[in-house]
Design a protein around this ligand. Sequence first.
Ligand SMILES: Nc1nc2c(ncn2[C@@H]2O[C@H](COP(=O)(O)OP(=O)(O)OP(=O)(O)O)[C@@H](O)[C@H]2O)c(=O)[nH]1
Ligand SMILES: [Mg+2]
Ligand SMILES: [Zn+2]
Length: 295
Amino acid sequence: MSQQTGRIIKTYNGYYYVLGDNGTWYTCKVRGRLKQKRFVIAAGDRVELDAAGEEGMITEILPRRNLLQRPLVANVDWLAAVFACADPDPSFLLIDKLLALAEAANIPAVLVLNKADLAPEGFFDRLEAVYAPLGYPVLQVEAKNGKGLDALLEKISDSTVVFGGPSGVGKSTLLNHLNPELSLKTGQVSAKIGRGRHTTRFAELLPFQGGYIVDTPGFGNIDLAELVMDDAAQGFRELKARAGQCRFSGCTHTHEPDCAVKAAVAAGEIAASRYESYCMIRQELAAQKKRGQKS
Ligand SMILES: Nc1nc2c(ncn2[C@@H]2O[C@H](COP(=O)(O)OP(=O)(O)OP(=O)(O)O)[C@@H](O)[C@H]2O)c(=O)[nH]1
Ligand SMILES: [Mg+2]
Ligand SMILES: [Zn+2]
């Protein structure tokens, strides 16, 4: 038996596949002692393990740089928030939820709008006008035909880039184009439910250009249950930038007078859709907390 360190590349059915820093692959379980503590262990985590041959017992999770909660991946350099221009239609709320999770976890994000071939007139400009001023690069791609991928490729070298987004938007198709050797499974968008069929089942780190690209299962909605975000404003760059500018400290930017945020919305300096998303997320988090207190 030897002590090794490595990174969790994939989790599957209670097993953790770890690439050791020595280049060996280990199939691991988690040591019981670790299980007694409240623990979260995610793809991308760096761990210590007791190894015997190609099997291992994870004994310690090493300190993380960050943790993206949904999709659950640790030590992330970038989130590529992938949405489709249509089929399935994007929702501002879902885009903002995903960006907020990344923001609250201190992970920079790029907004990737796939299925450009299906984009309604003016769609890209509309989204770029909302997100580019906030510092989110907005990229338009057509994964199916490998179009527009260069700008994305530039961001990827030597880093861990998570591709997250709803089911059926084309995350796996995109990754297959970036690296044709992957041949990830892709699925049709169901005509009946108008979204993908959750073709990808598990988050997996895929070696790419000195780093990793991470394919993740799509979601229907992001349920904010159990997510670590005390304050919805932490997820919004334009609200953080105005922290301390309202008359009341602890202003929730909803009903208070002399609110710098509401003033900025009225002046068109904050996009109405972003403010709406903030209010929705705030309500959802509050409802969550209430439910948590009851149980
Ligand atoms: N029209 C069009 N269709 C695309 C494009 N890219 C992907 N698709 C289609 O979208 C469908 C879903 O693609 P997937 O790659 O499986 O989507 P996913 O995001 O990985 O979905 P999950 O694994 O369920 O999360 C497939 O039928 C793809 O062929 C595109 O650029 N244009
Ligand atoms: Mg997929
Ligand atoms: Zn305010």
